[in-house]
Design a protein around this ligand. Structure first.
Ligand code: SF4
Length: 375
């Protein structure tokens, strides 16, 4: 079997302000960025012999666009010095609409970044204020236009739905606006609220609710319908691409148990059935690297049962579904033989189908993908 090329994730854990719904760990102390980059460079060097090559790189956060071109260049010099990056690698960076300009995007392109993911979330200023984003819909449009002017031909945008007070029609307007800019990729995430987030507290105080199951389903189906009409393929529960070639190659590695290396606080890595992740606090990360330690919090070896469960959970969220031959190679189990009865039942209920050696969720199955995996 041909060796799979790995994915490289670099985490930038800084945000100028905290969005009301966000449970991710990030800090506001941007003055730590130079020290952080120096530590990251040491971590990059540490893993220089662990992975043979990478064909995707993803700079995520946090807010990577808080780094200037010079700081990003330092990271890329280090990556290119210690790792073999495929000539045709997909190199993505997440950006916040308020931080960018044509010149900034041109600088990113000259570093080899060939895909952008813009955290737009909504084209409605009331919704952006409600979510406590620090950009406006005008910033969002300007960011898309600047990216195109700088020559980016692979743009993704992130949107959030299921927000209190936003009708299905208003959400459809945001989707139509998104489609009108023809981004190559659109991710639509349903709002979820961790109980430590300010927005969760606001919902509790005001007695607001997140959408119930019925509304969730309606929103999911409307989103899929609207984007399909706009020419997009729903290739995963939350992800849509204009053509197959615009599917996120990096994210697919996570879903298919392909090796990946994650650097920076809280970043996860996966290799040979082993998963490890770094400590989340930036200060701890910096201190441990300064002392010559690796900032790994924990390592686990996935048992065959865990591998099977994850392969089911992740595979049934994708349109392609589970490649039964690959499943047998990676998990050592003939899924059809093991679960024939329940799979027949799901086929009868039109939740999955068997096609060309793949077990695939139907649209109705995708809508309940997380519970499907419990078969
Ligand atoms: S910009 Fe992203 S990571 Fe930062 S607070 Fe907002 S949602 Fe969280």
């Amino acid at each position: 079997m041909k060796e799979e090329q790995a994915g490289l994730y670099i985490h930038i854990p800084f945000c100028l302000s905290k969005c009301g719904y966000c449970s991710f760990y990030s800090i506001k102390s941007v003055d730590l960025i130079p020290e952080y980059i120096a530590a990251l460079k040491k971590e990059i060097k540490y893993y220089r012999n662990a992975f043979s090559s990478f064909d995707t790189v993803y700079i995520g956060g946090g807010t990577p666009s808080l780094l200037n071109a010079q700081q990003l260049a330092e990271i890329f010099v280090s990556i290119n010095k210690y790792y073999k990056i495929d000539d045709r690698a997909e190199i993505t960076m997440e950006v916040n609409p308020g931080d960018v300009s044509v010149e900034y995007f041109q600088a990113l392109r000259s570093l080899g970044i060939n895909r952008l993911n813009i955290g737009i979330q909504s084209f409605n200023d009331n919704v952006l204020r409600f979510l406590e984003r620090r950009h406006s819909s005008r910033d969002a449009i300007a960011a898309i236009e600047a990216a195109r002017a700088a020559g980016f031909d692979n743009l993704g945008i992130d949107l959030i739905y299921g927000v209190h007070g936003v009708s299905i029609n208003s959400w459809k307007n945001t989707l139509r606006k998104a489609v009108s800019y023809k981004p190559e990729h659109i991710s639509c995430y349903q709002l979820s609220l961790g109980d430590k987030t300010p927005l969760y507290k606001k919902y509790s105080l005001e007695g607001w609710q997140l959408p119930d199951e019925k509304t969730e389903l309606k929103l999911f189906l409307k989103t899929a319908e609207e984007l399909e009409d706009g020419g997009y393929i729903q290739y995963e529960v939350s992800n849509f691409a204009r053509f197959d070639k615009f599917k996120s190659r990096h994210n697919q590695k996570y879903w298919q148990h392909v090796p990946y290396l994650g650097l920076g606080p809280a970043a996860n890595s996966f290799l040979n059935n082993k998963r490890w992740w770094n400590k989340a606090a930036v200060k701890t990360y910096l201190n441990e690297i300064a002392q010559g330690k690796t900032p790994v919090e924990e390592t686990e070896t996935l048992s065959s049962e865990q591998m099977q469960l994850e392969a089911l959970f992740l595979g049934l969220r994708t349109k392609e579904g589970i490649d039964l031959k690959l499943y047998k190679t990676k998990c050592g189990i003939d899924l059809l033989a093991q679960k024939r009865k329940i799979i027949d039942e799901l086929i009868k209920n039109k939740l999955v189908e068997l096609k060309k050696g793949f077990l695939r969720p139907t649209r109705a199955g995708m809508a309940i993908a997380d519970s499907l995996a419990l078969i």
